[in-house]
Design a protein. Structure first.
Length: 74
């Protein structure tokens, strides 16, 4: 990643793993592939990241922040 601070993320909190899987499937259908994050926190909790056109990371997390508990590390 070419950005100075790799933890500059846009995190979208979705309503569970099925919602994340749906987003991943729709993005994959349009030729997008998940990106690897420098921080293992997100993938360990079921989140998936994609790079936007400017290579900033957009993270899709499978819990609603402030409503659902953060998933345990898998």
């Amino acid at each position: 990643m070419s950005h100075e601070w790799p933890e500059f993320l846009l995190v979208l909190y979705l309503s569970g793993p099925d919602a994340v899987a749906g987003v991943v499937a729709r993005l994959a259908a349009h030729g997008h592939r998940p990106a690897e994050l420098d921080n293992p926190y997100w993938p360990a909790r079921g989140a998936v990241a994609f790079a936007d056109p400017d290579q900033w990371m957009v993270v899709f997390a499978p819990w609603v922040f402030g409503v659902d508990p953060v998933p345990a590390v898998s």
